[in-house]
Structures are given as C-alpha cells and as structure tokens.
Design a protein around this ligand. Structure first.
Ligand code: NAD
Ligand code: MN
Length: 450
C-alpha cells in the first residue's frame, strides 16, 4: 500500500499504437501481487478510510482533482502516447472530464445522507475494478472517484495496452498524501483481472469492457455476496429525422462514430436516417468525413488517431470485410496511411439491413452502418432491435418528437440534437446486454453504498 513495488510475475511491454514503439515494460501482477494489493486495501479500509469523516475524504478528492488539472498536459500526452487517441481529445475532453469527476464526487463525500440510501449509508468495503483501454484515465476516474467518496478502498486493474496513466495516477495519489492502501493499481492482462474479481476479500466488483468478459465475471461472482456493476458494449442508433438541422446532425454523426476512433461503447455506430433526406445527408456526411485529419496523435490538428492495438485493428477489418461479403456498400475516406502503427480510415457502409452483422455487432472502430426508415415508429423499432441498450441519439426540430421517441428507446442515455456529451452529474449505464448499474451522478453512489 502506498508504494511502487516490483511485480512477482513476468512483465509485458506497452507500445504506442501510432508508431509501434515500446514505451515501457510493465509488471504483470500475479495472484500473490493481487492478494497483497487487496490486503493493503482492506487494511486501509478498516484502519483509516471507512472511519474518516466524509468532509476529510473530500479534501483528498479535491486535492487529487487539483493535481490532475495541474498535471493535465503530462496526463494528456501520456494518454495519447499509450492509447493512440488525438491529443485534442485527451487534452480537451478526457483529462478535464477526469478532473470534473473527482471534483463532483468530492462534493458528495460529506453529503451521503442525501444520496437516497437512507440516513446513514455505509461503504461496501474493498472494490475490485477492471477497466478497458478506450478511455483509460476517464474509466479510472469513473471507478475510483465515487468509490472513495463513499468510503471504500480500491484495487484497480487498467487494460494491458494502456497501463501508463493509471501508474501516473498512483503517483498523483502519493503526491496528494492519500493514506497508503486506499488506492492500489495492479497491472496485467485477463489473468490478473480474473484474480482480482475472484479474490474472496473483494466486496464489490466494477467492470467496464466487452460483453463476453462481463458475462464471465457475472458467472465468476454468482453465488458470492459481491455486489457487481457491469458496463458493457453498445450498438447505438443515431436517428436523424427529415426536419433535423442537417449540418448540426452531420457534426453529431461524425462526433458520434469517429470520436476516439470509434472506440466508444456508446458510439453512434448505427445511423438511422429518414429516407427522404438520406441522399442529401450522406453527400454532406461524406464531404465532412473527407476533411477529417488522420495521423500523429500528438499533433494538435489531428482528428483521428491510431487504432489502439493490432488485435483491435484485426477485429475491425474482419467485421468490415463481413460487411462487404454480406452485400453492404463500403465508402471510405481516401488517405495515405502511415506505414508503421495501426490505422483504419473513417468508413461508412450503406445498403445495410438489420440482419447484417455490421448492423448487429459492436465493431468498436471508425465504421458507421447506415440504415434508412420512413416513419417514427419504424425508426424506434429498428433502433431497439439490438441486444444492446447503452445510448441513442435523436435529431429533429420537433420537441414533442424528441420526448416521444426518447421515451420509447430502450437505452440508458438518449441525446437530443447532440451526441457523446459526458458530464459527471449525469448517470450512465445500459439496458439489456449493455450491462447493469449506473455510473455518474447521484445514481453512481448507489453502486458503492450499502
Ligand atoms: P476485454 O473485455 O477483454 O477487456 C477489458 C478489461 O478486462 C481489460 O482490463 C482486460 O485485461 C480485462 N479482462 C479480460 N479478461 C478478463 C477476465 N476473464 N476477468 C477479469 N478481467 C478480464 O475487452 P477487449 O478484448 O480489450 O476488447 C474486446 C471488445 O470489447 C472490443 O472490440 C469492444 O467491442 C469491447 N469493448 C467495450 C468497451 C466498453 O467500454 N464497453 C471497452 C473495451 C472493449
Ligand atoms: Mn499502449
């Protein structure tokens, strides 16, 4: 607790996906390392953190938030190096939202009696948290800030392709004089995650990642007293009606699917456009896509960075090739791809039917599947025709239509005339195979309180 220690297991390399250059060698925590981290978290929980008044815990959270702001540039550069996302996004979206999350939950730490969980809500204990590579620091914040505010201690495992900002965050915890053991970071891959969620002294499991691993975790904790929240995949519909402000809608579609190379669980990956405007909308969309700049994540003019890993690139290619094979029509931005690194051009498929796998499965890359509809009822039916239910978008000039369509959509978040807006005060989470539990806002406290 509180110190950087050598792992007992082997080590692995993390690379820059834009250059394939090795950035660092990182310890792969084995079961004994995970056990030591859980023990440190338990000690800190029993002796310090669960006993500390909320207003004192809040001071640490505020301090962490302030240091994140102060060291924002460093965090943004490291995030873009390790993940491949454009610096414009890590600097202007990820890091400020991370700081906002700590500020927000710092505010709750001494007001938990107003969380809607009774007059004297109690923390759960030690939380084991496993996060993905698409928003490494932001997912860390979503997990750690509410857990600490409520009086829990944590052991968090970042994804194997993006461990670096979590390690820098550990240094920030030291800088903030956070009591040792309150936050523990263990690096490693699936086996490390498995050891963490399966550890008998973990009271709460929080996971964000693939539906497949989410199901495996749900099976692993079934029959134990562990509380679980799962935030899994999505295949969101972005619905554009014929009265929508069309240029704004084009911006929202672009933001919905090309933000963070489409590595976004709530990405607007299915465009549902009303038939009468589909030709004009697609013309404008293609024109706009052609202006996107793909390349060096550290160049502040870059719009689209690198695909996070060779493995993810392979998955995106396979699913896109399936789109061709199933008869959809591919259009992609013409551009020269760098010879090193992992790249995939902004792509859209037209002529997509609901049966196509590119309309049903999460591609998790910069690939948009376009479907059309004629009536609002048909739009709603198609939008809901998915095993997922994380998010959706509605574009129309008519307020009453926004309300009626949003009401019928089975999705955790519905954006109206915007997309991919995140705020710490707003709860986020899924229906159906997109998972259960909410993160963010007052609702996010419920996952960490008895
Ligand atoms: P993943 O679910 O395998 O990995 C997510 C995290 O879980 C990582 O930290 C990983 O090390 C860990 N993990 C893996 N197996 C585990 C296990 N058995 N027990 C505990 N932890 C385990 O995701 P991936 O392989 O990186 O990506 C695969 C697909 O998942 C993507 O193509 C995408 O569709 C989806 N995905 C979704 C999100 C999301 O935010 N919802 C994030 C990443 C990936
Ligand atoms: Mn990396």
């Amino acid at each position: 607790g509180g110190e950087f220690v050598e792992g007992r297991g082997t080590s692995f390399k993390t690379i820059s996906p834009a250059t394939e250059e090795v950035l660092a060698e990182v310890a792969e925590a084995d079961a004994a390392d995970v056990d030591a981290a859980v023990k440190a978290a338990r000690r800190a929980y029993d002796k310090v953190w669960s006993r500390m008044p909320g207003r004192e815990r809040a001071k640490y959270l505020y301090r962490i938030a302030r240091i994140i702001q102060e060291r924002g540039r460093e965090l943004a550069v490291l995030e873009s190096l390790d993940n491949g996302k454009p610096i414009k996004e890590s600097r202007d979206v990820d890091v400020p939202t991370v700081a906002a999350h700590f500020f927000y939950y710092a505010g709750w730490a001494d007001k938990l009696e107003y969380a809607g969980r009774g007059a004297d809500p109690q923390p759960l204990g030690v939380a084991g948290q496993v996060i993905p590579w698409n928003f490494p620091l932001l997912m860390l914040a979503w997990k750690i800030a509410p857990a600490l505010a409520c009086g829990n201690t944590v052991v968090l495992k970042p994804a194997e392709t993006t461990p670096l900002t979590a390690l820098l965050f550990a240094e920030i915890c030291q800088q903030a004089d956070l009591p040792p053991g309150v936050v523990n970071i263990v690096t490693g891959a699936g086996a490390t995650g498995q050891a963490l969620v399966g550890h008998p002294d973990v009271d709460k499991v929080a996971f964000t990642g693939s539906t497949e691993v989410g199901k495996a975790i749900a099976r692993a904790v079934a029959g134990t007293s562990k509380k679980v929240t799962l935030e899994l995949g999505g295949k969101a519909a972005n619905i554009v009606f014929d009265d929508a402000p069309i240029d704004q809608a084009v911006e929202g579609i672009v933001d919905g699917i090309f933000f963070n190379q489409g590595h976004v669980c709530c990405a607007g990956s299915r465009l549902l456009v009303q038939e009468s405007i589909s030709e004009e909308l697609l013309d404008r969309l293609k024109r706009r896509m052609s202006t996107l700049r793909m390349g060096d994540p550290l160049d502040k003019n870059t719009d689209i960075g690198a695909i996070n890993s060779g493995e993810q690139l392979k998955r995106i290619r396979e699913l896109s090739d399936l789109g061709d094979a199933e008869g959809a029509e591919r259009w992609e931005v013409a551009c020269d791809l760098p010879t090193k690194g992992y790249w995939f051009p902004p792509t859209l498929f037209t002529g997509v039917s609901q049966a196509h796998r590119i309309a049903r499965e999460e591609i998790f890359g910069p690939v948009l599947s376009v479907l059309t509809f004629r009536t609002p009822a048909e739009a709603v039916e198609k939008a809901n025709n998915t095993p997922y239910g994380l998010s959706a978008g509605v574009w129309t000039d008519k307020g009453s239509r926004i309300l009626s369509v949003a009401h019928q959509l089975r999705a955790g978040v519905v954006w109206a005339n915007t997309f991919n807006k995140f705020d710490p005060t707003s709860p986020f989470g899924g229906f159906k195979e997109s998972g259960y539990g909410r993160e963010g806002g007052r609702h996010g406290l419920e996952a960490y309180l008895k």
